[in-house]
Design a protein around this ligand. Sequence first.
Ligand code: NAI
Ligand code: PHE
Length: 360
Amino acid sequence: MTSSIDGSAGPVLGMIADWDGEAVVSHHDRDTGAWMFIGIHSTRLGPACGGTRMRVYPTPADAVHDVLRLAEGMTLKCAAAGLPTGGGKAVLAVPELPAGPARRGLLLRYGRLIETMHGSYRTGPDMNTDAADMDVLGEVTRCVFGRSPGNGGSGSSAPDTAVGVWHGIRASCAHAFGTSDLAGRTVLVQGCGGVGGVLTELLVRDGAKVLVADVDPARVAELERRHGVVPVGPADVLHTDCDVYAPCATGSVLSAATIPALRCRVVAGAANNQLAEPADADRLRAAGVLYAPDFVINSGGALHLIGTEMCGWDAPTLAARVAGIEQTLGEIYRHADEQGITTEAAAEAIARARLGDATT
Ligand code: NAI
Ligand code: PHE
């Protein structure tokens, strides 16, 4: 029997032992060499919900690290958003991003794994997975959000995530600058994908000066052409002057190394797990940077998928809930100021109050 467990198995077990979640399901897919990891962080408020991330990781241990952190983030996200769901996440740690029949085969085998969990985990799209992938999963499991509308799903969650981030930027500017009006405000959007693209459009509509950066020059060029925005090199993002930095690409962008370089007053964007480690929330506070906790400001996607498909919300209800992100963030900022705590701690307090102060 061959095994692709490498020397990182020891740290993996240590990470799981230290984790306060409920379960980790793992499976090695021999056909593709991919590892499947599903983290069930909490089912206290309902089935563990969270997307499936497909990525090439340096080691399986990196994939486990990612899934554990992301699953906890989903528990906080769903609780803070008042959704009747717990938190989970899955990663498909692939040797290379598969396409065609190999991708379909991997997804079908992964979907069958989800189905063995009898509804304790419900997935949806995340980095490198989309509605078409959810359609494939839907062939073998009902525990999937975000299939294409033609297949009975609610489609992409990115536009509602963007609308939620836009509300979050308004709340952040109200707190930092005394007005939520974005006219004349400089906003740097990092990542011109599904979320960053729609967010850019909303900001331009409001009269903001929008700077955009992406590792894919074609995406930047498209936004430049459509909206007249200003391109910034991907390596220049952190030290570019702006009022608001909106990370809408990858996680761990805020760290001991990057925070001193920031030239913004506000960080408010969609990316999951923006803080490299918990202490970064203190570093941002000490630096005088107002940070919109990611699991609150990016909850529009979860509201879209879970609200529409599980709670049966109509469009006006969903829109009202997404707009509610603006008020929630305002309350978090006030509470953080009053208590002299980080905005991350204030947001976690809301989520943990809903979880009954329980961690599982
Ligand atoms: P996407 O995959 O459509 O777009 C991401 C964009 O970021 C791509 O254009 C990519 O080229 C770019 N990018 C990657 N690395 C970069 C870097 N180092 N610098 C600049 N650009 C870079 O993803 P999507 O859906 O727009 O999501 C953006 C972020 O928001 C992700 O972190 C995702 O996990 C998070 N998020 C998305 C939600 C959704 O509903 N789509 C919900 C909650 C969070
Ligand atoms: N992956 C997205 C997020 O992090 C959307 C999602 C939400 C997927 C809830 C599944 C369930 O919010």
